[in-house]
Design a protein around this ligand. Structure first.
Ligand code: SAM
Length: 357
C-alpha cells in the first residue's frame, strides 16, 4: 500500500544575475547533451487514478491539487515556450495530469502552433471523441494515447476509475479520423497486473497503422510503491511478442528517440519499447519539463525544480528568462536512470502528474 505523502515541490535557486548571459551559441549541459524536447504539464489533475501513477489512496478527496492562480496561464505557457524554442527546442509535448481536462486546450495549441516546433499531446483518450477535431484544426501534429490493457477488468482495475476500454478505443478512432495517424499507444507493463496482455495487445494493434509502445514501470514520484520485481524488462516484452510474431530491430527515427523500434518481419507495422529502467537512455536525454505551476525540471526523477513562474510574474524581460533557462540547462548533470538503485527509488521525487509524463 503506498504511503500517504503530501507532494513535495521544493525549488532550487534559479541561477541569479551573476550567471553568465546566454551568448547565443548552441546549448549543451555538463554531459554535452543539447536541449531539444520540452514537456509541459498543463494540469496536475486527472480523471483516472492509475495505480502506478496517481494511486487513489494518495490522490483522494483530501488531496490538495494546485489552485487556479498557482498554475501558468496559456499566455505564460506560450511566452515560455517561445523562449524555449529560441534556445533550440524542436518538440513540445503537452501532458499532465490529463491535459484534456484543462479547459479550452485547443486555444493553447493554437497559440503554440506558430512557434513551428513539433507539437504533440499525451492523453488518456477519455475525452478525445469530443476534442480530436478541434485539436487538429488548432495545429496539433501528433497524439499519444495511453491504454494499458484491452481486457476490460484489467483496464478498469489499472485506471481505478472504472473507465471502459471501448471509450478509449473510440477516442483513438476519433484521433485517426481527425488525421492523427499513426496514433502512438502507450502501455505501461507491470508484472502480474497486465503482462498477460502483452501479446494480445500486439496482436490487436498489428496492421492497424498505429504504433504500440511498451513502457517499463518506473519509480517516478514517491507514491506508487515501485519495486524492481514489478518491472517487466523490455527485452522480455520483445521476446514474448517475437515468439508469436517475428520482429527485427528498426533504426531510430532521430538521435535521442526514447523508444527503441522493432518492426514485424511480415510487414504488419512496428512496436516501440521504452526501457528507462533496464536500459537507461540518460546519455541522450534532451528533455526539459515545465510543471503545471511553472517550475522547470531537468529530469523526470528530479527532487527539485527551478521556479520560472516567480521570474515571469516579477516582470522579468524575455532576455532574463532566457538567460536563466540557459544557465539551468548548462549546469544540468542528471542521469538518474543510470544510477537507480532500490535506495534511490525511495527518494522523495516529484509526482509525474505534477511534472508531466
Ligand atoms: N494523462 C495522460 C495519459 O494518461 O497519457 C498524460 C500524463 S501520463 C503521466 C503520461 C504517461 O506516463 C502515460 O502513458 C502513463 O501511462 C505514463 N506513466 C505514468 N506513471 C508511470 C510509471 N510509474 N511508469 C511508467 N509510465 C508511467
Amino acid at each position: 500500500m503506498p504511503q500517504k505523502v503530501i507532494s513535495i515541490r521544493p525549488q532550487a535557486r534559479i541561477p541569479g544575475p551573476k550567471a553568465p548571459r546566454y551568448d547565443g551559441t548552441a546549448l549543451a549541459d555538463t554531459r554535452g547533451r543539447p536541449m531539444r524536447d520540452l514537456r509541459i504539464s498543463v494540469t496536475d489533475r486527472c480523471n483516472f487514478r492509475c495505480t502506478y501513477c496517481m494511486p487513489r489512496e494518495v490522490f483522494d478527496a483530501d488531496y490538495k491539487f494546485l489552485p487556479h492562480e498557482a498554475i501558468l496561464s496559456f499566455e505564460e505557457i506560450a511566452r515560455l515556450a517561445g523562449i524555449f524554442v529560441g534556445l533550440g527546442v524542436q518538440k513540445i509535448r503537452l501532458t499532465g495530469g490529463e491535459p484534456l481536462l484543462r479547459r479550452d486546450l485547443p486555444r493553447l495549441v493554437e497559440m503554440l502552433a506558430p512557434l513551428g516546433a513539433d507539437l504533440t499531446l499525451t492523453t488518456n483518450g477519455s475525452t478525445l471523441v469530443k476534442h480530436a477535431a478541434a485539436l487538429k484544426e488548432a495545429g496539433l501534429n501528433r497524439i499519444t494515447v495511453s491504454l494499458d490493457s484491452l481486457d476490460e477488468a484489467t483496464f478498469r482495475a489499472m485506471n481505478d476509475a472504472d473507465f471502459p476500454v471501448a471509450k478509449v478505443l473510440d477516442g483513438i478512432g476519433a484521433a485517426a479520423n481527425a488525421g492523427f495517424t499513426p496514433v502512438k499507444i502507450n502501455m505501461v507493463v507491470k508484472r502480474g497486473v497486465n503482462d498477460h496482455q502483452i501479446v494480445d495487445a500486439a496482436r490487436y494493434w498489428r496492421d492497424s497503422g498505429h504504433i504500440l509502445r511498451f513502457i517499463e514501470f518506473m519509480d517516478v514520484g514517491s507514491t506508487n510503491g515501485w519495486r524492481m520485481d514489478d518491472v517487466i524488462p523490455s527485452a522480455e516484452v520483445v521476446r514474448r511478442i517475437g515468439e508469436a510474431f517475428p520482429l527485427e530491430p528498426a533504426e531510430a527515427n532521430y538521435a535521442g528517440e526514447v523508444a527503441q523500434r522493432w518492426r514485424y518481419r511480415d510487414g504488419a507495422g512496428e512496436i516501440g519499447v521504452i526501457s528507462s529502467v533496464t536500459q537507461a537512455f540518460c546519455r541522450d536525454c534532451n528533455r526539459m519539463r515545465l510543471s503545471t505551476e511553472g517550475s522547470l525540471y531537468t529530469c523526470l526523477f528530479a527532487q527539485q525544480g527551478h521556479d520560472l513562474k516567480a521570474l515571469l510574474r516579477s516582470g522579468a524581460a524575455d532576455d532574463a528568462i532566457r538567460d536563466a533557462i540557459a544557465a539551468v540547462w548548462r549546469l544540468r548533470d542528471d542521469r538518474y536512470s543510470e544510477i537507480r538503485t532500490a535506495d534511490t527509488a525511495k527518494l522523495r521525487k516529484v509526482e509525474m502528474s505534477y511534472i508531466g509524463g
